[in-house]
Design a protein. Structure first.
Ligand SMILES: O=P(O)(O)O[C@H]1O[C@H](CO)[C@@H](O)[C@H]1O
Ligand SMILES: [Mn+2]
Ligand SMILES: [Mn+2]
Length: 391
């Protein structure tokens, strides 16, 4: 039986809550995104604290609530991989057993050659790199030659950086489409930037070209039942637009939450699936602990404005897609548990325990919005009955 009219799922992109048992395989032993931020700097998250954030894990400065206002728990990943694409696929009910291809030694030279031939010009870079560092290194040469800067990371990504005033967005996006057609990586990403040597700046015109999820997602399952799916932030990119009725791309976390608040103020039905990517791309990869802390506090404040807007049949669930510990070595994601906090008038403040897969969130969301019968994917286990008790 359907239990909710509308559910907001907000993904705090990269907010891990401690290393997974297999973290060593990823070189991530001891990672803890939220825990380490709170150890490094004073952190106040009164709204999430009241929902039960401190009941999920020990976080300095955040106490366990004796009477939490929300349900709380965490989830392990069953997917082989720790990036945004596969993380979101698993959250949506499609864990991936086969890791997507990566280039740990840099992009294959044959791949670069083919790409150069396809776009009719040479490329710069090609290695495993941090986006801001490689632009600092090669930006001037790029401006001089017009050759795109290509690079990868520990993730399954082919990233193309180009200056907006040298190459132009249209051409950059076109190059990405060319790369997307031939590559089997999880994502091709356009990384436009502006500015001059010494003060390059990446812009919000980033665009991700993901593969479609290799299975039926909760978005597909909901759509099949006529239940609307609204995407905020980069959700539509991560699902290659599939299963989404309406998409609102955003320029920042605050913009994403402002849009979410605007949607919440209007009556509506279905799933509102929100991704707040700055935690990951602006702070996590840049190992900017202070920025990450400030962004968390800013989110918490806006969450405080969202909760009172929830109507009798509405709820919010907060989670993440992987970790990106800003105190950890390197600049990559970290293999971690993700938090689960759920609140709203119909929700019971209960422990949800440690879930075996992010996919439990998809199973629960579908169950809450249209009922269990519809779910036929490699679904997780629904905790909808624990969350909303029939009255
Ligand atoms: O260093 P930048 O360009 O931000 O790249 C980061 O962004 C990519 C996509 O999230 C990740 O794979 C990571 O490498
Ligand atoms: Mn992510
Ligand atoms: Mn990332």
């Amino acid at each position: 039986m359907k239990k909710l009219d509308r559910l907001f799922i907000i993904v705090l992109d990269s907010l891990g809550v401690g290393a997974l048992p297999d973290a060593e395989e990823y070189g991530d032993l001891g990672a803890n995104t939220l825990g380490h931020i709170a150890e490094a700097l004073p952190l106040k998250l009164p709204v999430m604290e009241s929902l039960g954030l401190g009941n999920i894990l020990d976080v300095r400065g955040i106490s366990p609530a004796s009477a939490p206002r929300g349900a709380w728990g965490k989830a392990a990943s069953r997917t082989k991989g720790k990036d945004s694409t596969v993380g979101h696929w698993e959250l949506a009910g499609v864990p991936v057993d086969q890791p997507l291809p990566t280039w740990p030694q840099g992009i294959d030279s044959a791949v670069i050659r083919d790409f150069e031939e396809a776009i009719g010009r040479k490329c710069l870079g090609g290695g495993v790199a941090s986006g801001t560092q490689i632009i600092a290194e090669l930006g001037a040469r790029h401006v001089e030659t017009g050759f795109p800067i290509v690079y990868t990371s520990a993730d399954s990504v082919f990233q193309i950086a180009a200056h907006e005033e040298v190459v132009g967005l249209e051409k950059l996006y076109h190059w990405c489409e060319i790369a997307r057609k031939t590559l089997s990586v999880g994502r091709v990403i356009a990384r436009p930037f502006i500015g001059q040597e010494g003060s390059w700046q990446r812009t919000a015109n980033r665009h991700d070209y993901a593969l479609p999820a290799p299975g039926k997602t909760m978005l597909d399952a909901l759509q099949e039942k006529g239940c609307p799916v609204v995407a905020v932030g980069k959700i539509a990119d991560l699902f290659a637009g599939r299963g989404i009725d309406e998409s609102w791309p955003t320029k920042s976390n605050d913009h994403g939450m402002d849009k979410t608040l605007e949607i919440a103020r209007q009556e509506g039905k279905g799933l509102v699936f929100v991704n707040l990517v700055d935690f990951d791309s602006v702070y996590g990869h840049r190992r900017d602990v202070r920025g990450y802390r400030d962004a968390l506090e800013s989110f918490d404040f806006r969450l405080g404005a969202l909760l009172p807007l929830l109507r009798n049949d509405e709820a919010v669930l907060i989670t993440a897609d992987h970790g990106c510990d800003p105190v950890f070595k390197g600049t990559d994601h970290t293999r971690e548990y993700v938090p689960i906090l759920a609140a709203g008038p119909p929700m019971s403040p209960v422990p949800l325990g440690c879930r075996n897969s992010f996919a439990d969130i998809a199973a629960s969301a579908v169950d809450l919005l249209v009922g269990p019968a519809v779910w036929s994917g490699p679904a997780g286990e629904s905790f909808a009955d624990t969350l909303v008790q029939e009255g």
